[in-house]
Design a protein around this ligand. Structure first.
Ligand SMILES: Cc1ncc(C[n+]2csc(CCOP(=O)(O)OP(=O)(O)O)c2C)c(N)n1
Ligand SMILES: [Mg+2]
Length: 1090
């Protein structure tokens, strides 16, 4: 002890004066922690020679306390701070020790110094601090801080008590060297408590023994809390108070009984399911059943504080239990899922442990109504996290809940998934962004210390599975899952934290998994040591009821009769009821019902997407103008030029891409539909074309959003640059789109190819969500796409992948009536994929998203160079009332006017049209080659494509031209559909020809029509095949070498559409500008090589 004190004195006396970073640290922290001190005082303190990194926080504590109440600190500190405030310079205010010689033992016991102060002894101005006293106080503060920072490392968190920590003593891990200053005698010395602890309750000083005891109680029992990295002192102190205050974790007998009842229901359901459906996979919660009372407690506390809606996301583990016991989903519906019953309604459904639900019910504890939704999710762990956040954000937005007081999210996680999946991190990073925050999420980790068969020591590099949450300064409460009262306590704190600070918080319930990964799995294969322990673990109801019986809170009879047997009876009755069910309904499991949306609507009636010209003009002028107070609001000169040219367009009744988009958004806003556009840099637009947010050039963060000020009674417009995440943000926007169908929710990728980092959301939610979960979404994806000679990246939004996800049958020509064809196709599809070539179509398809009587995801390839292409403009004439989205754009040149002279019809989609159009002009082939654009690829416009085919002469060559490589783009998708169009014609002609006189052509297939030509080819039999060559396998002949009819025939020898474009390629585009140009020229040459 002497040696330690000597070292301390040496440090205090060392001439570190005011030059190092530690010296600068002090005033900064002082300012953050307390009312600003007089500048001179702060400067003087910071310049003190004895201030260093390790004691600065102690001095800070003392100073803050002294500012509040000078008598609350030791007389020596009072003297010191008084002198400093009085003008004493660095070094002068501190009374230096007389010598550096080894000090004698405490001449004045610490307790003797402290006790009178507690009683309010008079301050002693000018009294000197004994160096021993300072050293002891520093050590006590160090001990307290050590527990606060590292107490969790030795907390008794693991119910299995498997020691995974290094072989150090608990004390060494936590307090390190701080206790070395004290011997047994000192344990009874009374120390003043710094303001950074609440262990004293009302007492301001405690004997050291009691200090350590209380710190052990607070930090090293069933709760281990991590929070000392939180930068906000108020938040730190709030947690300290909730954890350290004496007696804070006491429950009344009624509260304990409620916990027991909930625990018993949780364990009761698992054991009931295990008995009744022993061979079924259900991913039971056994070992982690405390989750159920934990969630219920959070809901109770939050409901009491005013939250009405809870949106939850969770993995497989314990899902049925949450549905039954947290949401109160009728048990018979859950049990019916175990029987192999027919589905009575739409959708292909999902396995029971992925299904969502939505329930409104009375919370019996608070007597308030609550709405509980569990969002359906795929197997992909954690993918639902951002979806839940988006859904909650939308709820908050539409109900004007700007602080998240009415709706909140609860996310459940497994330990392996929480630490392993990157989307967890992406979701955390949305938590504090203004356009994405849900004002605090409560995360609960069911930490069963295993992931499938893998030990945590092999699945993560971080000490805890929850470390990812530290990036947002979220407090983390680790808690022993076998101590239900401790779990309820941290749930209480978490709910209050969220309500107080509106920030994320994590509860890590350390538990175990009684069975294998699922009920049929054998865990002893891989975890014999752990499972030998687990076998000996009592069930939580038995364990907790024993505790309550032992302490006299309940008796054994009532536990059995009123708790266990009663619930068993409820389950039995529900099982009997479920046996009477003959069908199951997917709609019973919908997580986002849109009440009132579908009712009373004609499911095949689309409202107009054209608008009055004056609306276009009004919106056009607004988005072409600087802010109304333009004199004060200085905009960039370049932006002014953009606005000027926009205004010219409006005056000449034309729009480019950006203006068309603004008019689509603006007109929807006028009609009362919320519009939200989210993604990286969407406010300006990656290509600097949008400018939906104008920035004051002289005032930081001063902005103007013209689309927000179109009409006084318009809906809200949200445009928000997102974090640099695709998975997280796309998931979020999908979630947002689930809440309210009367909105246009768009996510734009910076470049289309980046959407592949969000592939899980596209595959698992967007393309299949309606089929699996009967849930619709009108989410719109804007994906910049196009070969611009910019290299392999940024060229392709992978159109082919989206088309492959479309569920439409390529071999089925829908038998819909002409006037219903488009809407019925839309109604039956799983998603829409389009590649528009003109702004008016972009405008209509955006508006159509909201004017359809149902909702479908829309995947739009959007342009880059076309944004400024002089020909890529539309007239108001194509946007006013009476106009609509055109799925196919017929030829606009001489060929379309006089089809009889056409020798080739080129079908294409998107930007390549403009290259083809120019090449046709250059070659003077406007009357011989028709160019037809397929603007909506899926659902495929069979009807309109057929009309186009029928329009042109029978001997016209039919090609599909695309700029993407042959194995990419739309080719593989369109080819069989063109074939089906022909096959449809065949069916008609065959049946009609049976009725017609022998030799006569059916009416719909005249000899000169494309169809007639097709029929002749079919009847003529196979064309001659080229003779097989000897030797090595022949290389495929190039198209140019083969006669067109050979190149374009397939096994059935039906004339087919021919491909024109780049060859197959592993990379989406060449990295060479020269090669790009050559490829494009080759494409164009081939397209017009008549
Ligand atoms: C993204 C993803 N990868 C892999 C899997 C396969 N899988 C299912 S459960 C599981 C282990 C999950 O462990 P944990 O998160 O700890 O949850 P627990 O099952 O232990 O409750 C794995 C790897 C999956 N469902 N999702
Ligand atoms: Mg686990």
């Amino acid at each position: 002890m002497l040696r330690a004190r000597s070292l301390l004195l040496l440090r205090l006396a060392a001439p570190a004066a005011g030059c190092g970073p530690a010296a600068r640290l002090v005033p900064a922290r002082l300012f953050a922690a307390a009312p600003p001190p007089p500048a001179a005082t702060a400067a003087a303190v910071s310049a003190e020679p004895f201030i260093n990194g390790s004691n600065s926080s102690y001095v800070e504590e003392m100073y803050v306390q002294w500012l509040r109440d000078p008598s609350s600190v030791h007389a020596s500190w009072d003297a010191y701070f008084s002198r400093t405030a009085g003008g004493a310079g660095p070094g002068a205010a501190y009374m230096a020790p007389p010598s550096l010689a080894a000090p004698s033992a405490n001449s004045l016991p610490v307790s003797a110094l402290v006790a009178p102060m507690v009683g309010g002894a008079a301050r002693v101005p000018g009294a000197a601090a004994s160096e021993n006293t300072i050293a002891d106080h520093l050590s006590v503060v160090g001990v307290i801080r050590s527990y606060q920072i590292r107490g969790h490392l030795v907390a008794r968190l693991d119910p299995l008590e498997i020691e995974r920590k290094p072989v150090e003593t608990a004390s060494e891990i936590v307090v390190r060297g701080y206790m070395q200053n004290f011997d047994e005698q000192d344990m009874d010395t009374v120390f003043q408590l710094p303001s950074s602890t609440f262990i004293g309750g009302r007492e301001k000083a405690l004997p050291l023994r009691e200090i350590v005891n209380r710190l052990e109680q607070a930090y090293c029992r069933s709760i281990g809390v991590e929070y000392m990295y939180i930068n906000d002192l108020e938040q730190c102190n709030w947690i300290r108070q909730k954890i350290e205050s004496p007696g804070i974790m006491q429950f009344t007998n009624d509260e304990k009984r409620l916990i027991l009842a909930r625990v018993a229901r949780a364990t009761g359901l698992e054991s009931f399911l295990a008995r009744k459906f022993s061979s079924e996979k259900r991913f039971g919660l056994e070992g982690g059943e405390v989750l159920i009372p934990a969630m219920k407690h959070i809901i109770d506390v939050s409901s009491a504080m005013g939250v009405e809606s809870f949106v939850m996301g969770m993995p497989h583990r314990g899902r049925l239990n949450v549905l039954a016991n947290v949401c109160r989903k009728p048990l018979e519906q859950i049990f019916a899922q175990f029987a192999a019953l027919e589905v009575a309604d739409e959708g292909s459904g999902d396995v029971k442990y992925h299904l969502g639900t939505y329930i409104e019910r009375l919370n019996r504890v608070t007597n308030k109504n609550v709405r509980l939704a569990i969002v359906a999710n795929p197997s992909h762990l954690e993918a639902v996290d951002p979806v839940v956040q988006g859904k909650v954000k939308a709820e908050q937005f539409y109900r004007g809940d700007s602080d998240g007081n009415k709706a909140m999210s609860i996310l459940l996680h497994g330990d392996a998934a929480f630490s392993g999946q990157g989307v967890v991190y992406e979701t955390f990073h949305l938590s504090d962004l203004p356009a994405y925050t849900t004002h605090g999420t409560i995360h609960i980790v069911v930490n069963n210390q295993i992931g499938f068969t893998t030990d945590p020591r092999l699945t993560r590099s971080s000490p805890y599975c929850t470390d990812v949450a530290r990036v947002v300064n979220a407090p983390i409460f680790h808690v022993n899952g076998d101590d239900p009262e401790a779990v309820m306590h941290v749930c209480q704190i978490a709910a209050e934290w969220r309500n107080t600070f509106h920030k994320d918080v994590v509860i890590d319930i350390v538990s175990y998994r009684r069975n294998g990964h699922n009920e049929i799995d054998e865990p002893m294969f891989t975890h014999p040591f752990m499972y030998n322990k687990i076998k000996k673990m009592p069930n939580l109801t038995d364990k907790y009821s024993k505790k309550l019986i032992d302490e006299g809170t309940v008796n054994a009879d009532e536990v059995k009769r009123d708790v266990i047997d009663r619930y068993e009876k409820i389950c039995e009755e529900a099982l009997e009821a479920s046996k009477k069910e003959t069908q199951i309904y997917n709609k019973h499991w919908i997580d986002s019902p849109w009440s009132g949306f579908f009712e009373g609507k004609d499911p095949l009636k689309m409202s107009d997407t054209g608008v009055k010209e004056e609306t276009l003009t009004h919106i056009g002028k607004r988005v072409s103008s600087a802010p109304p107070n333009a004199v004060d609001f200085v905009i960039h000169r370049g932006l002014q030029r953009v606005l000027n040219s926009r205004m010219e367009m409006v005056e000449s009744r034309t729009v480019d891409w950006a203006l068309a988009e603004a008019m689509a958004f603006g007109s929807l806003l006028k009609e009362g539909y919320h519009v939200r556009l989210s993604g990286q840099d969407v406010e300006r637009g990656t290509f600097s074309h949008r400018h939906h947010v104008m920035h004051h050039q002289k005032v930081d963060m001063a902005t103007y959003r013209p689309l927000c000020y179109l009409y006084p009674d318009q809906a809200q417009y949200t445009v928000c640059n997102s974090s640099l995440s695709e998975f997280g943000v796309l998931g979020f926007e999908l979630g947002f789109s689930l809440t309210n169908p009367n909105a246009l929710i768009c996510w734009e990728a910076q470049f289309g190819d980046f959407c592949n980092t969000a592939q899980v959301i596209i595959d698992q939610f967007i393309s299949s969500g309606q089929a699996k979960w009967v849930r619709q979404s009108g989410l719109t994806l804007l994906l910049p796409h196009g070969m611009e000679g910019m290299g392999p990246e940024h060229s392709s939004a992978r159109l082919e992948r989206f088309l492959q996800l479309c569920s439409e049958d390529p071999e089925y020509f829908p038998p819909f009536a002409a006037d219903e064809f488009a809407i019925r196709q839309l109604s039956e599809c799983n998603m829409i994929v389009a590649n528009c070539s003109v702004p008016s179509n972009y405008y209509h398809i955006l508006r159509r998203q909201v004017h359809m009587p149902f909702r479908k995801p829309l995947i739009l390839m959007t342009p880059k160079s076309l944004l400024r292409h002089p020909r890529a403009q539309s007239s108001f004439d194509d946007m006013v009332e009476g106009t609509e989205f055109k799925r196919v754009l017929p030829d606009t040149a001489a060929a379309g006017q006089s089809p009889s002279g056409v020798r080739r019809v080129i079908f294409c989609s998107g930007k390549v049209y403009y290259d083809l159009e120019k090449a046709r002009e250059d070659r003077g082939l406007q009357d011989q080659v028709a160019i037809v654009r397929v603007e909506q690829l899926s659902p495929f416009p069979f009807d309109e494509v057929k009309q186009q085919l029928d329009l042109y002469p029978a001997d016209a060559d039919i090609v599909w031209a695309q700029e993407e490589a042959k194995n990419n783009g739309a080719w593989a998708f369109v080819e069989p559909r063109f074939e089906t169009t022909a096959a449809k014609a065949k069916v008609i002609s065959r049946s009609e020809s049976e009725r017609a006189p022998r030799g006569a052509e059916p009416p719909s297939a005249t000899p000169d029509s494309w169809l007639g030509r097709l029929l002749r080819l079919v009847r003529a039999g196979p064309p001659p095949q080229p003779a097989p060559k000897a030797g090595p396998p022949p290389q495929p002949a190039s198209k140019a070498e083969l006669p067109p009819d050979v190149a374009n025939t397939h096994s059935k020898n039906v004339r087919r559409i021919r491909y024109v474009g780049r060859s197959c390629s592993a990379s989406p585009a060449t990295g060479s500008k020269t090669a790009h140009t050559k490829e494009l020229n080759a494409l164009l040459n081939e397209a017009f090589d008549l």
